[in-house]
Design a protein around this ligand. Structure first.
Ligand SMILES: NC(=O)c1ccc[n+]([C@@H]2O[C@H](COP(=O)([O-])OP(=O)(O)OC[C@H]3O[C@@H](n4cnc5c(N)ncnc54)[C@H](OP(=O)(O)O)[C@@H]3O)[C@@H](O)[C@H]2O)c1
Length: 214
């Protein structure tokens, strides 16, 4: 799959690296320097290159939206038309200080993003885990028990694309339903962040849902 990374920081840099190592074709874009993007591409040791947001989006099957909420409009403008691309978003609608959600309860960041990219299906994914767990989960992908990763969206074929990326990153994809369920998954992401960053044990935290049937 061809994946364009829009925002190559903690999340986009690591997930792009993981997607490249899993065999996908990756274009890293949107950092403050092109040197950083080139280094990410080189270090990934996979089929990856640096580009502009427009280049990342151009031939992509899917793009990963991984910028701070305040940068969404800018990166969308630079990316140009995303028509027909699957937009996988891990961006949380946080305030400038990253202290609280500025959209919640009656909408979600994912739903507001979907209103901006009306010709591209949006899937909310990867937002419920800290970046610090990503390489560890990927490296443990052959173990019998994988951590869960919830995703949601309104377009089934787009969700299938996102589920493939989630699986290739070493997680067990959990389809949580339509995009409006991001109203629940986005605050859940803040719970996971609280456990990861504010408690002892380190931020390399992922989660797993299990059913206990008799
Ligand atoms: N970090 C996490 O563990 C985590 C977990 C779940 C969800 N999220 C969400 O994921 C999204 C990305 O988070 P992150 O932690 O990956 O953020 P980040 O590390 O700050 O990365 C953001 C990227 O945007 C780039 N950028 C920022 N301003 C720019 C500008 N003016 N021009 C060009 N590029 C610019 C940064 O460039 P530089 O690389 O040059 O700084 C960086 O590559 C956020 O919405 C966040 O809420 C994060």
């Amino acid at each position: 799959m061809r994946v364009g990374i829009l925002g190559s920081g903690l999340m986009g840099g690591k997930l792009g690296t993981i997607f490249a190592r899993a065999g996908h074709e990756v274009v890293f874009s949107y950092a403050r320097t092109s040197e950083k993007l080139k280094k990410l591409a080189l270090d990934s040791q996979g089929n990856a290159r640096a580009g502009t947001p427009g280049e990342a989006a151009k031939d992509a099957d899917a793009v990963l939206m991984a910028v701070h909420w305040s940068r969404i409009d800018d990166v969308l403008k630079q990316a140009g038309g995303l028509s027909g691309k699957v937009v996988v978003t891990c961006s949380l609608p946080m305030d400038s200080g990253n202290t609280k959600l500025i959209i919640a309860n009656t909408s979600s960041g994912a739903e507001e993003l979907a209103k901006k990219v009306t010709r591209a299906p949006v899937v909310s994914a990867f937002n419920t885990v800290p970046s610090e767990c990503l390489f560890g989960v990927f490296e443990a992908k052959r173990k019998s028990t994988r951590p869960s990763l919830v995703h949601c969206g309104d377009d089934q074929s787009a969700k299938d694309v996102a589920a493939k990326l989630i699986h290739d990153a070493g997680f067990d994809p959990v389809d949580a339903g339509p995009l409006r369920i991001a109203r629940y998954t986005e605050p859940f992401a803040l719970l996971v962040a609280q456990l990861a960053y504010e408690q002892e044990g380190g931020p390399e935290l992922a989660y797993r849902f299990e059913r206990f049937k008799k």
